[in-house]
Design a protein around this ligand. Structure first.
Ligand code: UD1
Ligand code: CA
Length: 481
């Protein structure tokens, strides 16, 4: 998570994490489960899981329900992401044991926790409880909450914030002594309670046994007829238990997502954090407001990113690179001193050091450009390798092609790789020169140092050092110089 650089996890006593992610998210007006909606390029739930993982829980329990299988897949995928530390470099975090619990009908946050009872009974140590729709949370805050919870030996500790506009959140109602007395949902608030600006973030630390006991006594007496987890606060207080709060100053990181508007706000919060992190590490971003870079991207120092660039991950970009405007780079790896000019699309590709691409080039997928290779205007490549120092500068399609070093591909060259049924490979060996407008009818091999004439339609292999000209191309035996 380049968002907020974390310290390497300090050794802390074991604790577990419970994430609630079963709800549909009615207010999103979507067919997709709320926690699957993307924030800063990744499903909401992925951000929550990463923040939790970064502080090293022993066990993680995820309550799924609505579109359970898809949510589970999103969690599994996020577990494969590296967890970057303070320097942006991945830090080793122990892999938690992960359990999924099914909540078939969603009858409230308290009900969701009840579904996990069997697992919770077996847990040792404290429990951090998170909602899957609070994606901007980071590990440092979670750690602070857990430490404060332990220091005070509390049964429950609630992470809170003061909001200018607390609408939609549960309110923190304090008693005369200033301690937390109860959490009241907005719909159940009296007018006076509604004026309270301190809100429940939906993130808590619990003493697991006390939580289970409190849950037994949660009822459905509220405006929504649901089992509210938040009722645990008042229940524990009435039982003489200690319920504490940790107030967090950065309210943006506690944003709960119920609507599309809040989804956009969360993306903005995470974007700012990612871009800040990159700039701190020495990356120039000319116009952060129009630059979209997701949390799985790492970029080396002295790389310059121009306005209106999109980079999503996992992507690695080296140092001293230039990424010009209107370029989209996705799931790719770029070496050092790579220059991407205006208007390129690059997906699932590997670019070695000193490569130049664009303007207006499309590296669709599975492309490898070796050191110093150049791909120019209106060139499309797919599943192809261009060797070191080779060039394809203009108006070309290279698909399923393996091209050696120091090759020149003339303007308008096309690898005709598809016969209507199957794809066929093209091989072009080192130092070959492909004339302008050559059609390479695959499968075909152009030998080392061979040359094709302008407009040639090559249907048969061209041996090394041979010239091929015409339609269909005929071989000129004499050695090319
Ligand atoms: C909840 C809190 C509120 C807090 C706010 C913070 C309760 C009763 N209220 O309200 O005090 O200010 O979050 O964002 O807890 N979920 C399930 N199963 C269910 C219901 C919900 O797994 O049966 C999950 C949802 O997927 C979601 C999370 O719990 O990720 C929160 O549920 P949501 O309905 O969004 O609660 P809020 O109304 O936002
Ligand atoms: Ca919510």
């Amino acid at each position: 998570m380049p968002p907020k650089r974390l310290r390497v996890t300090p050794p802390i006593p074991p604790f577990s994490v419970l994430v609630l992610a079963a709800g549909q998210g009615t207010r999103m007006k979507s067919n997709r489960a709320k926690v699957l909606h993307e924030v800063a390029g990744e499903p909401m739930i992925a951000h929550v899981i990463r923040a939790a993982r970064s502080i090293g829980p022993a066990t993680m329990i995820v309550v799924v329900g609505h579109q359970a299988e898809a949510v589970r897949e999103a969690v599994e995928e996020s577990l494969t992401d590296p967890v970057p530390g303070r320097s942006g470099k991945p830090v080793p975090v122990p892999a938690p044991v992960i359990h999924y619990v099914h909540q078939p009908d969603q009858r409230g946050t308290g009900h969701a926790v009840m579904m996990a009872r069997a697992h919770l009974q077996r847990l040792k140590g404290d429990l951090l409880l998170l909602y899957g729709d609070v994606p901007c949370i980071d590990g440092e805050v979670l750690l602070k909450l857990l430490q404060e919870h332990r220091r005070k030996r509390a049964s429950m500790t609630v992470l809170t914030a003061i909001l200018v506009d607390p609408a939609g959140y549960g309110r923190i109602i304090r008693d005369k002594t200033g301690d937390l007395g109860s959490i009241v949902e907005e719909r159940d608030c009296t007018p006076r309670q509604r004026r309270v600006t301190e809100i429940n973030s939906g993130i808590y630390a619990f003493q697991t046994g006390d939580l289970l006991q409190a849950l037994d006594r949660v009822e459905q007496k509220n405006a929504q007829g649901e089992f509210y987890l938040t009722d645990a606060a008042a229940i524990l207080r009435r039982g003489g238990k200690r319920v504490g709060t940790v107030r967090h100053a950065d309210a943006g990181s506690l944003l709960g997502i119920n609507t599309r508007q809040e989804l956009a706000q969360a993306s903005a919060v995470l974007q700012t954090r990612v871009l800040d992190g990159l700039m701190t590490e020495g990356v120039t971003i000319h116009d952060p407001a129009s630059t979209f870079i997701d949390a799985r991207v790492t970029i080396g120092p002295d790389t310059v990113v121009f306005p209106q660039v999109i980079i999503d991950g996992p992507t690695t970009i080296g140092r001293d690179c230039v990424i010009e405007s209107w370029t989209h780079i996705s799931r790719s790896s770029l070496g050092n001193r790579v220059h991407i000019r205006n208007g390129c699309m690059i997906g699932e590709s590997l670019l070695d050091d000193d490569v130049r691409v664009g303007p207006f080039a499309h590296l669709r997928m599975g492309v490898q450009l070796e050191e110093g290779a150049t791909v120019g205007n209106f060139v499309e490549m797919k599943k192809s390798r261009l060797g070191a120092g080779s060039k394809s500068m203009h108006l070309t399609y290279l698909g399923d092609a393996t091209i050696g070093a120091r090759v020149n591909i003339g303007a308008g060259t096309v690898t005709c790789n598809y016969d209507g049924k199957r794809k066929h490979p093209t091989f072009i060996e080192d130092e070959a020169r492909i004339g302008s407008d050559t059609m390479l009818v695959a499968p075909v091999r152009i030998g080392k140092g061979a040359v094709t004439g302008a407009g040639a339609v090559v249907t048969k292999d061209v041996p090394p050092g041979t010239l091929a000209v015409g339609v269909p191309a005929v071989l000129k035996k004499k050695k090319v110089v």
